[in-house]
Design a protein around this ligand. Sequence first.
Ligand SMILES: Cc1cc2nc3c(=O)[nH]c(=O)nc-3n(C[C@H](O)[C@H](O)[C@H](O)COP(=O)(O)OP(=O)(O)OC[C@H]3O[C@@H](n4cnc5c(N)ncnc54)[C@H](O)[C@@H]3O)c2cc1C
Length: 409
Amino acid sequence: MTEVLVVGGGPVGLMTALGLAKAGVNVTVIEAEANIVYSPRAIAYAWTILPALEYFGLLEDMIAAGHTTTERSFRIFRTNENIVYNHDVLAGITDHPYSLTLGQDLLAEVVLKHLERYPNATVRWNTKFTAVTQSSHGAIVKADTPDGPTEFTAKWVVAADGGRSPVRHAVGMSLEGFTWPRRFVVTNIYYDFAKYGWDSGYLIDRKYGTVIYKLNQEGLWRYTFSEDAGLPLETVSERIAEFIKTTLPGDKKYELALSTTYAMHQRSAPRYRAGRVLLAGDSAHLTNPTSGFGLMGGMNDAFLLSETLAAVLKGEVGEEYLDRYATLRKKVFEEVTSPISTGSFKLLFELEDEATMEKIFTDLRNRPGNPEAMLKWHMLPSGLETPSLLTGLTYAQRLGKKPLPGAAS
Ligand SMILES: Cc1cc2nc3c(=O)[nH]c(=O)nc-3n(C[C@H](O)[C@H](O)[C@H](O)COP(=O)(O)OP(=O)(O)OC[C@H]3O[C@@H](n4cnc5c(N)ncnc54)[C@H](O)[C@@H]3O)c2cc1C
């Protein structure tokens, strides 16, 4: 019998388990794969999540495994204009005026390394969830392993098993919302962008809109664009070559390290709690990744859920706090994650009429010279955090810092 069974050893499952383990809860993670899964997905995390990572003792290791970025570039393809946003306006507001860049597999590895220090936490690899049954006291989870089927008994189950979430399906829920008619084409390429003065950021254009992010110091960059989801997948490599040839600065002699495609969604489960099963991360909600809010939202689910669930298990608060977790995190998805990510998607790929385009470009150009507007823009991802349901404090406040100006409460 484990107190909490977490299904999914992705970044959200491991982060939830770490929060629970630190609180003294007996936790088991089951993961279908043999190791942390590598897929070219999350890489960027805004400054607003760094206090929580610091509080959990993870930030130093994460910065060492990745790198920090102080500038973000908005390039307008048709005018070749480069508008650069920095983090200067955050001086005095945070100890961490930068964003973190780190592949989500490396981020998960850091979390796993910390989790392995806790004797009350276990990770079972090659263990694939197949079914769950619930009673008023707990749940029985069935799973397949290389040695045959097995069973776990737990008081609570966390579904952190990603967008397809077999656990969510097992409790009878599917994601509501819509799928964009465009797909994301994700590549990792070796190219010396820095030699041509290019930083991480957006290249804005209705046809050639691209997200470009430096991945490491060895010249590897993430280069991502979107295309009509109806185009044939067999010929995507031709379109990758055409995109890169058209948009790259300099001699365009790049090396393609990998490419893949993703459907893009704005979808949420109708409820993030089904009895003894709590949903977190992509199992609960999916967003297009243009703002980089997917995993940041998922990590904030993990922070809030682990603290609340630990308090319920210790008898400090009643189960109704888990309903508050479920309601508040869904609200964050609906009121922050999804609308902001939708706005970024439209900015990057769908600006059509001249008047709207000019207004948006004017705002982009003027913001760096207007500290108040710049601060407002930097504060946008602060809405992803839900303050503690036990104390009302944000992670910055728990570290003894002043609350962020205008932070969600
Ligand atoms: C192209 C792209 C770029 C992105 N960029 C960003 C970004 O820059 N910043 C950001 O914040 N977010 C970003 N995201 C979103 C981010 O990738 C996801 O939000 C994140 O992966 C969610 O983590 P998770 O742990 O909830 O799910 P996952 O990472 O999908 O992990 C789920 C885990 O559950 C396991 N699992 C599945 N089924 C079972 C089963 N039956 N039994 C046991 N285990 C199971 C899987 O093997 C997997 O390990 C991006 C997404 C995409 C597609």
